[in-house]
Design a protein around this ligand. Structure first.
Ligand SMILES: Nc1ncnc2c1ncn2[C@@H]1O[C@H](COP(=O)(O)OP(=O)(O)OP(=O)(O)O)[C@@H](O)[C@H]1O
Ligand SMILES: NC(=O)c1ccc[n+]([C@@H]2O[C@H](COP(=O)(O)O)[C@@H](O)[C@H]2O)c1
Length: 182
């Protein structure tokens, strides 16, 4: 009988993916055979905190991981929409992903929900969180500060350009893209 594989879980919104995410995945793959990467808040897009669609995030994340020389055959990307009932979130999550033995997160709220469901939670190394975080990247983009490009893989910056991501972010921020009621 083959040795059972260890599958890990890593959650994020990836708005957009940055080098911190790629290095975290690289580190986690030293401890597990396969990694399920959950793209949370999957139903949200075109809002300040979540400007990119989940399809765009899948595209960016795959390219980012490739650029970081991550073996994609060990990665399973699963988009999951949020639900209102936090206490029911673990059951919701479990219905979307293959079985996993250990979860990695730097988010204390997510860690609490997973631990309460009996899941082993580990903290992957964090790389310069002050600098490598998506909120800061979105802020730099809005200020037309080109520093953001150093924080993401080149392929991610290229996709953001192709989809006019900065223009989108600016339009959302000025309120011009408020959803119409129809
Ligand atoms: N610099 C980093 N180094 C390692 N892991 C990171 C880093 N930044 C985020 N992570 C991990 O990624 C997951 C969160 O993903 P998420 O997409 O929310 O990133 P974020 O940069 O915190 O985004 P935002 O600022 O939009 O909330 C957490 O588990 C977190 O620990
Ligand atoms: N009730 C819910 O749907 C629920 C609960 C906890 C986390 N989540 C999602 O999981 C993801 C966690 O990622 P972060 O580590 O980036 O916070 C986010 O998209 C978050 O919205 C959803």
């Amino acid at each position: 009988m083959n040795k059972p594989i260890i599958r890990g879980l890593f959650t994020g919104r990836f708005q957009p993916p940055h080098w911190g995410h790629v290095w975290a995945v690289r580190d986690i793959l030293r401890e597990v055979d396969e990694l399920v990467i959950v793209i949370g808040s999957a139903q949200f897009n075109y809002i300040i905190k979540d400007p990119f669609t989940v399809g765009e995030r899948i595209w960016m994340l795959r390219e980012a991981l490739k650029e970081g020389s991550i073996d994609l055959s060990r990665i399973i990307i699963v988009p999951i929409p949020n639900i209102e009932n936090n206490a029911a979130w673990f059951g919701h999550l479990r219905s979307y992903v293959p079985p996993f033995q250990v979860a990695y997160t730097g988010n204390p709220f997510v860690a609490m929900l997973l631990r309460e469901a009996g899941i082993e939670v580990r903290q992957q190394p964090l790389y310069d969180r002050e600098k490598y975080n998506s909120t800061r990247i979105r802020e730099l983009m809005l200020k037309d500060n080109p520093e953001w490009e150093k924080l993401v893989p080149k392929s991610v910056a290229e996709i953001i350009r192709r989809i006019n991501g900065i223009e989108r972010l600016k339009t959302i921020t000025t309120g011009e893209a408020e959803p119409h009621k129809w």
